[in-house]
Design a protein around this ligand. Structure first.
Ligand code: SRM
Ligand code: SF4
Length: 550
């Protein structure tokens, strides 16, 4: 372990924070500014929110010598993506009252509010908790929202996997009472000291992510997770999970020492062992992750620096038992299946395509109003998918028509004619809220997909299920490095182009062009589509075809 002087400033902020308190209370009370004190902008992440400013008007405000237009993004944890109708209504109300009239569905099955001003933080976070959801550990150097295929009723395996996701989420939630004190006005029990047996006083060196996949679906992109569990079925029930470690996608342009990494499968554990395995993996990372360089602090680097054998030995030693040999599994798809489906109990679920993952009222399509109208009468739940879509869940057969009518009344088709390309496409938020965005993503996705659709059409490829993902910077929030085609923002209107991933999320794509604009991208894709249409092997996917030529 390095000496303290080599540690990153964030390590000092965490250490001094008294279990994540910092001066957040004072920052919130300071009416002279819409911002937080600088150290608190790091601690706020552990409480689930980020300080941002509206980048569309940043230059103008600077010109006018005004403070940036500060506001906050709040992320709500939804383990496994399942929320009740009451929780939906609570999110809807907060989006309208305190945020920018939109609700963002994230790539990790969480909700996000954008545009919350400082004085509304406390009432918003309190109301989220009153709905029995929370924001603690939605961001920060801790375990984040645990992902899981959201249709728990599909089979006994699905329900058991979802139970594992919620249990993991609870097990790895930080213990600090700071969250309850600051946001919920709870008094600390006299003499009650905060203790973080799993995280310790400085928490993890970096963010940590867990997902649970249920083959044949790899919807959660299991190989991008720091820690993953692949459900293994035996005789109709959950036998256990293959364990994956060391996935992660963040990288930086031009810095080869930062890279995306596909996770390794290291063995098999029983459902009863899941929390112990996760706890020990987290603690190995706590003790060995690089706290001197945040660009090198994820578990993937700890594993590459020390070797996978070292990691497995360390894990087995800490666990006091060895993982069993990994079981066979097969992924066949990664996207959402749209439309109605029925589960083992006879209930119906309607998977809806949500454009760019953003619920808003735009023109004739009033997604936000539609979902609120449904939540007002719906006795079932809502499910957030890892592909930023939404499932209206647990609908009785006799209620299907009324749900469809409510959607149509708000300009939303229950089933929509969308191209396979658009169905799967993912974009991160990027501009105007993301502080790290170098180019557009969410706002550009409709035009981008329209352009690529036109090219595909030219070669009779309109029905090809090609995965296209775009992010505003190389951090990888829409998991671009696992797509067949990925655009990664470099500068306004300029992207790095990556090609040749597979459509099941098991192989990384390759950087083919470092800095290209839309016209150049369309030209490059046009060439690939033309060769693909002419020379592909029967059944060969676009990603596999391109990868073979790289
Ligand atoms: Fe992310 C940072 C949005 C999923 C890798 N991510 C950010 C921030 C908070 C920017 C910041 O630090 O100031 C973005 C806020 C934008 C905004 O205005 O809302 C942001 N990330 C998102 C979301 C909302 C994208 C979306 O459109 O859905 C996703 C929220 C997930 C959630 O609910 O928790 C989101 N981020 C991801 C994923 C995909 C995943 O987890 O499945 C990744 C890649 C996987 C991984 O972590 O390796 C991802 N985000 C990053 C990174 C790079 C981390 C790294 O190891 O280098 C950053 C930057 C950082 O941490 O320094 C980042
Ligand atoms: Fe922001 Fe970059 Fe993540 Fe997109 S990929 S949300 S631009 S950090």
């Amino acid at each position: 372990m390095a000496d303290d002087s080599a540690l990153t400033p964030v390590e000092g902020i965490k250490a001094r924070s008294n279990f994540l308190r910092g001066t957040l209370v004072e920052s919130l009370a300071d009416n002279a500014t819409g911002a937080l004190a600088e150290d608190d902008t790091q601690l706020s992440k552990f409480h689930g929110f980020y300080q941002q400013d509206d980048r569309d008007i940043r230059a103008e405000r600077t010109r006018q010598k005004l403070e940036p237009a500060h506001s906050f993004m709040i992320r709500v944890r939804v383990p496994g993506g399942i929320a009740t109708s009451d929780q939906w209504l609570a999110m809807d109300r907060l989006a309208r009252e305190h945020a920018n009239q939109t609700l963002r569905l994230t790539t990790r099955q969480a909700f996000q509010f954008h545009g919350v001003i400082k004085r509304d933080l406390k009432p918003t976070i309190a109301a989220i908790n009153a709905s029995l959801l929370d924001t603690i550990a939605a961001c920060g150097d801790v375990n984040r929202n645990v992902m899981c295929t959201p249709l728990a009723e599909r089979s006994a395996v699905h329900s058991a996997a979802y139970a594992a996701a919620t249990s993991l989420s609870a097990h790895l939630t930080p213990n600090t009472s700071a969250y309850h004190e600051i946001w919920l006005d709870k008094q600390r029990v006299a003499g009650g000291e905060d203790v973080e047996p799993i995280y310790g006083t400085t928490y993890l060196p970096r963010k940590f992510k867990i997902g649970i996949a249920i083959p044949p679906s790899n919807d959660v992109d299991i190989f991008s997770q720091d820690l993953g569990f692949i459900a293994i079925e035996k005789n109709g029930s959950l036998a256990g999970f293959n364990v994956t470690v060391g996935g992660g996608l963040g990288r930086h342009h031009g810095e080869a020492e930062t890279y995306p990494r596909v996770a390794d499968v290291i063995g098999f554990c029983t459902p009863e062992q899941v929390n112990a395995v996760a706890e020990q993996v987290v603690m190995i990372q706590r003790d060995n992750g690089d706290r001197t360089n945040r660009k090198h602090a994820r578990l993937k680097y700890t594993i590459d620096d020390n070797g996978l054998d070292w990691f497995c030995k360390e894990l087995h030693q800490r666990l006091g038992f060895e993982l069993q040999t990994a079981a066979a599994y097969r992924f066949l798809n990664r996207g959402d299946e749209f439309g109605w489906s029925q589960d083992q109990d006879g209930k119906w679920h309607l998977t809806l395509f949500i454009p760019q993952g953003r619920l808003a009222n735009t023109g004739e399509q009033r997604y936000l109003d539609a979902m609120a109208a449904i939540a007002n009468v719906h006795e079932g739940s809502f499910r957030l998918t890892s592909n930023q879509n939404l499932i209206i869940s647990e609908v009785a057969a006799k209620r299907k028509k009324s749900i469809e009518k409510l959607l149509l009344d708000h300009g939303v088709g229950p089933t929509q004619a969308i191209s396979p390309l658009r169905e799967q496409a993912l974009a991160c938020v990027a501009l105007p809220t993301c502080a790290l965005a170098m180019a557009e993503a969410e706002r550009y996705l409709p035009d981008l997909t329209a352009g690529v659709e036109a090219l595909l059409d030219r070669y009779g490829l309109a029905e090809e299920p090609i995965s296209l993902r775009i992010t505003g910077c190389p951090n990888g929030c829409a998991r671009p490095y696992l797509a067949e085609i990925a655009l990664v923002g470099k500068a306004p209107g300029q992207y790095s182009l990556f090609l040749g991933g597979d459509n099941l999320g098991t192989r990384l794509n390759t950087l083919t062009h470092d800095n290209v604009n839309e016209a150049e991208i369309f030209d490059i894709l046009d060439g690939h589509f033309s060769r693909f249409a002419a020379d592909r092997q029967p059944g060969q996917s676009f990603g596999d075809f391109v990868a073979a030529s790289l």
